[in-house]
Structures are given as C-alpha cells and as structure tokens.
Design a binder for this molecule. Structure first.
Ligand SMILES: *Cc1c(COP(=O)(O)O)cnc(C)c1O
Length: 274
C-alpha cells in the first residue's frame, strides 16, 4: 500500500510519539492513525478558516506560525492551499524546508543571530526574514543570499521595532539606527534582500488589556508614517499574534502571525519534533 506524504508524515509522528510516551504496543494501529489524522485535519482547517475570516475584508496576510509543530500539520494546511508559514528556530526551519513542498513561502520570525544569517539565506524558498534589527545582520543576509542563492528571489525583510521599549525584547528603538538600516536597504548594491516593512511584538500587558487602542501598534504605525514620508516608501506592518491580532487588524496591520490560534498550544522545545 502506498501512502501520501501527509499519511507518511503522520505515521512517522505517531511512531515517534509512541516511543516518546512509551505507548504500549501497536494494536488498533491503523484505526487510531486514521482517526487521529482525520480529526486533526478538521481541527486545523476550521481554526485556519475562522482566523482567515478576520483577515479577509481587510486584506491582511495570515501567517501560520508553525514553530514546534510537526511537518504533518503544515502539510495538512498546505493541501488546503496555505503557503505562508512562520518558523522561529533555524535548524527546525531547515529540516522542514527540506521535507515539505518547495513552493511554501517560509517566514523566519525568531530572534536573528548574525552567524545564522548564512544558513537562512541558503534556504531557497525563504520568503521573508521578519526580525532584522541591525545593519550588520542585513549585510550578512544580503551577502550570503548573493553567494548561495543569487538566482532565487531576494529575501523580503522586516525591520523589527521594539515598540514597547521593554528591555528583554529585541528590536530597534533608536531613530538613528532605524534610519541607517532603512538606508542600507535602499543602497543600489543591496540587491539580494529587499525592505518589506516593519514588525513588532506587542507587549503582554498591552495585548491583554481589552477594548483599548494598543499603544505598541500605534507606535509602529507612527514609525511607518515617518519612514514612508522620509524615504518615499509604503512599508507593510507585521503586527498581531494570538492575543492581539483582532486589535492589530483594526489598527492597520498588513500581516498577522498566528500560532496558537491555528495549531493550539505548543509543546516545549524538548518535546517538539519535526
Ligand atoms: C511564536 C510567535 C508568534 C505566534 O504566537 P501565538 O501567540 O501563538 O499566535 C508570532 N510572532 C512571533 C515573532 C512569534 O515568536
């Protein structure tokens, strides 16, 4: 009997799970496999469709943040027509990109380290890096893309802004640094990456105080207006996650990044598997 890719991935996952949880024996194996994959499929598609309804009228891109979730989940949504997926860990992204179809548009949404820029640039179908926060990293990414994947499209990039000014959060706050980074993108020899927009992660407190305007999103919109005016751009805004995406859409988001809403709670990194 030949299995579809989704089914094969499902089998691998169930096997791994059964090893992890020392599941005893494989009695009823085919039945439980079929039931598992059917209900998971229905669940994922329903979650995705519910979220996409919130985005449709406003023309917002819904990024399915699949970090720490198995490739079989991604394949289910891929078969449903979804192409934009977000990942936070470079190694996990590399593995998934090798396992899954080539026309997926991967977004990197994790904290970016200079020494990982090369590995990201090597992934042919990486579409976007959302967390650029220094000229140094932008330079590295551009150079590596030129070296390893010059024939692939340039990588779209978002500049990460720390709108809430929280110390533990990455992203830029300083105007001069932000200007310098935008200007790097606009240089004629920056050809292998392109500036797409701005990204922020709303602070937990602000995102959980219902009913009011989200100050972090207001701040990001102000940055957009300032930079659009100064450089003649029309920057996109990547803002809004599970806790705050409806508010982000109200405030003009162009892309919301949804993990939990679509895939449910994430396992710990130690328990996750591709
Ligand atoms: C994990 C993550 C998300 C998705 O978070 P949820 O709250 O599960 O929707 C979005 N953006 C970034 C940068 C993330 O790290």
């Amino acid at each position: 009997m030949s299995l579809l890719v989704t089914e094969r991935l499902e089998v691998v996952n169930i096997l791994r799970k059964s090893i992890n949880t020392s599941y005893k024996g494989l009695r009823g194996w085919n039945v439980s496999k079929a039931i598992c994959s059917m209900s998971r499929k229905q669940e994922l598609i329903k979650n995705y469709e519910d979220a996409v309804k919130e985005c449709k009228n406003n023309n917002v891109l819904l990024l399915a943040v699949s970090k720490l979730k198995p490739a079989s989940d991604i394949k289910i949504l891929y078969d449903h027509g979804v192409r934009h997926f977000g990942e936070n860990y470079v190694q996990e992204l590399i593995e998934k990109s090798q396992l899954l179809p080539r026309d997926i548009q991967w977004h990197f949404t994790g904290g970016l380290q200079t020494n990982k820029c090369k590995d990201l640039a090597k992934i042919p179908n990486i579409a976007m890096v959302e967390t650029i926060d220094s000229v140094k990293k932008a330079k590295k990414l551009n150079e590596a893309r030129r070296t390893y994947n010059a024939d692939e499209p340039p990588i779209a990039c978002n500049i990460q802004i720390n709108a809430s000014n929280e110390e533990q959060k990455s992203g830029l706050t300083d105007a001069e640094e932000i200007f310098a980074l935008v200007e790097f993108f606009l240089k004629p020899d920056t050809k292998n990456i392109v500036l797409n927009g701005l990204m922020t992660i709303g602070s937990w407190d602000v995102s959980h105080s219902a009913g009011t305007e989200n100050q972090d999103f207001t701040k990001l919109v102000e940055w957009k207006e300032l930079l659009d005016e100064k450089y003649g751009l029309d920057l996109k805004l990547s803002m809004g996650m599970t806790a705050d995406y409806k508010q982000a859409i109200k405030q003009g988001s162009s892309e919301v990044r949804l993990g939990t809403t679509i895939f449910g709670n994430r396992p710990s990194r130690a328990d996750a598997f591709v």
